[in-house]
Design a protein around this ligand. Structure first.
Ligand code: ATP
Length: 411
C-alpha cells in the first residue's frame, strides 16, 4: 500500500518531511517500508505553498489498519493550529492507477481543486483524512501518483528538538569541501559567487541540512564528512527535484498562468532594469509575445540577460504568473542560440574633428564649416558582442527545487 502526506507545516515551524520520517519510524516497528520515501515537488507557482510545495509518500507492506491508525496518530501529534496549514493523508492499496499519475502531472503544471482531489480519491478507492480545508489531500495524492522518469536524491538531517529555533551549526568550510570533492554528483551545496550555504534552510524547522545529488551512496558518504551540530535523525528521499519535471515546451499562445514552460523565441526588446533591480525584456515566437523577468534575487544572472539584444534567438525556461506588468515569465535558465550583429555608426571627421550629432535620427554637423551628413549616409561598424552562445542559469541562491541545473543537462 502507499501512504501520501502533505501540508503539515507552516512558516513558523515543522516540516512535512520530518512528520513523514517520524511516521515511517513508528510504522517500521510492525510493518516494512519498501524503498525510499518520495519527496515530490509540485507546481512551484501556486499561491498556497509554504515554501517549496513539497509532498511526501512511501510504500509499505503490512497490516493496512495498523498502518492507517499509525499515520493518523502521527499526524495528530504534529498538528499545527495555523489557517494556512491544511494537512491531508491518503492510503491507497494495490497498484497506482494511471489517472493518479495524470493527476500528479496536472499538479505540477496547473492549479487543482480540493473537490477534484476528493472525487479522485473516491474513484480509485483511496482512504483519506484531513484537517482544515483539506487542501493537503491534493499533494498527498499527487505524491503517490508521481512517476519518476528522472530522479535525484536528498539526504535530510534533522536537529535535536532542543536545538530547533536556535542558529544552525553547519561548518561552512566542510560544506565547501563537499562541493569541491563531489560536485556535480552532489549539487546545490554552496554558492561560491554569493557566499551562500545552500544546504541549510533559514526557517525555524527541524531540518538541519539537505544534501542533494544523483547518487545516494555518495551523498551518504559526504554527509559523514560534514561538520555540524548533533544530528537527531536522517533520511534519504528519492525526489523529482532538479529534473525540470515542472517544465512543458509550449508556444506563447498556449501558456496559462501558473504553468512552467520552455519556449523557443526571439528577443524583441532591449532588457531594461526596473525598480529594485528587476530586469525585464520581451520575446516573441512568431505568433505572440511575452514579458520575461530576471528578478533581483537572480543576482549575477541579470548581467548575462542584460546583454541580450532584439533579434537574438534564445530558449527560455521559467514559471508564468500575472504581475503588475502583465503575464510574466520568471526566468530559471536561458540558452542563447544565435546573436545578432551589434553595430554602431562611425562618426565622420570634418575639419580635423569628429562631427556632432544634431539630434536623434537627424544626422551630424561639423561645428566649424556647418557641413551636414544624414544618418543614412553614415558608415556602420560592428562591435564585438561580449555575450557568448550557450546555456546560462540562475545562481544556486535563486534556484528552484525542480529546476534542472546545467550540470545535470546533456548540453
Ligand atoms: P514545504 O515545501 O515546506 O514542505 P510547501 O511549500 O510544501 O511546504 P504545503 O504546506 O505543502 O507547502 O502547502 C501546499 C499546499 O498546496 C498543499 O495543501 C498541497 O496539497 C497544495 N497543492 C500542491 N500542488 C497544488 C496544485 N497544483 N494545485 C492546488 N493545490 C496544490
Amino acid at each position: 500500500m502507499f501512504i501520501g502526506i502533505d501540508d503539515t507545516d507552516s512558516r513558523s515551524g515543522m516540516c512535512t518531511t520530518f512528520v513523514c520520517k517520524t511516521i515511517m519510524d513508528y510504522i517500521s516497528q510492525e510493518a516494512h517500508i519498501v524503498g525510499f520515501p518520495r519527496l515530490i515537488r509540485l507546481n512551484p507557482n501556486i499561491p498556497y505553498k509554504t515554501r517549496g510545495n513539497g509532498a511526501l509518500s512511501f510504500k509499505v507492506d503490512g497490516d493496512p489498519s495498523f498502518v492507517w491508525k499509525t499515520v493518523k496518530k502521527g499526524i495528530r501529534e504534529f498538528l499545527i493550529d495555523d489557517p494556512s496549514t491544511n494537512p491531508g493523508i491518503v492510503l491507497l492499496e494495490g497498484e497506482i492507477p494511471k489517472i493518479l499519475t495524470d493527476f500528479y502531472h496536472r499538479a505540477l503544471h496547473e492549479i487543482l481543486t480540493i473537490e477534484e482531489a476528493h472525487s479522485l480519491a473516491k474513484e480509485i478507492g483511496a482512504k483519506t483524512m484531513f484537517y482544515g480545508n483539506g487542501r493537503g489531500i491534493i499533494g498527498a495524492l499527487a505524491s503517490i501518483g508521481a512517476d519518476l522518469p528522472d530522479y535525484t536524491f536528498e539526504l535530510i538531517a534533522y536537529r535535536e528538538s532542543e536545538n530547533i529555533g536556535t542558529p544552525r551549526h553547519v561548518d561552512a568550510d566542510s560544506v565547501k569541501r563537499i562541493d569541491r570533492l563531489y560536485n556535480p554528483i552532489i549539487f546545490d551545496t554552496y554558492d561560491w559567487h554569493n557566499n551562500y550555504i545552500a544546504i541549510a534552510p533559514n526557517a525555524p524547522c527541524p531540518v538541519l541540512y539537505g544534501l542533494r545529488g544523483g547518487d545516494y551512496k555518495v551523498i551518504q558518504k559526504a554527509a559523514n564528512e560534514l561538520l555540524t551540530e548533533q544530528v537527531f535523525k536522517q533520511q534519504v528521499f528519492i525526489t523529482n527535484q532538479a529534473t525540470d519535471a515542472h517544465i512543458e515546451t509550449k508556444t506563447i499562445c498556449s501558456i496559462k498562468e501558473y504553468n512552467s514552460v520552455h519556449i523557443n523565441c526571439k528577443v524583441t526588446e532591449t532588457p531594461h532594469f526596473e525598480h529594485k533591480g528587476h530586469l525585464f525584456f520581451s520575446v516573441e515566437d512568431g505568433a505572440k509575445s511575452i514579458l520575461c523577468a530576471a528578478y533581483e534575487p537572480t543576482k549575477e544572472f541579470r548581467k548575462i540577460v542584460a546583454q541580450l539584444l532584439p533579434g537574438d534567438e534564445i530558449e527560455v525556461w521559467g514559471g508564468v504568473k500575472h504581475t503588475a506588468y502583465g503575464m510574466t515569465l520568471n526566468l530559471e535558465k536561458i540558452n542563447v542560440l544565435s546573436l545578432v550583429q551589434k553595430t554602431r555608426y562611425k562618426i565622420p571627421l570634418c575639419c580635423g574633428k569628429r562631427m556632432r550629432s544634431i539630434g536623434k535620427m537627424k544626422g551630424y554637423r561639423c561645428k566649424k564649416c556647418s557641413k551636414k551628413i544624414s544618418e543614412s549616409a553614415l558608415e556602420t561598424i560592428s562591435i564585438k558582442r561580449d555575450l557568448k552562445k550557450g546555456f546560462y542559469e540562475v545562481p544556486i541562491i535563486a534556484r528552484r527545487h525542480l529546476a534542472k541545473p546545467l550540470s545535470r543537462m546533456k548540453l
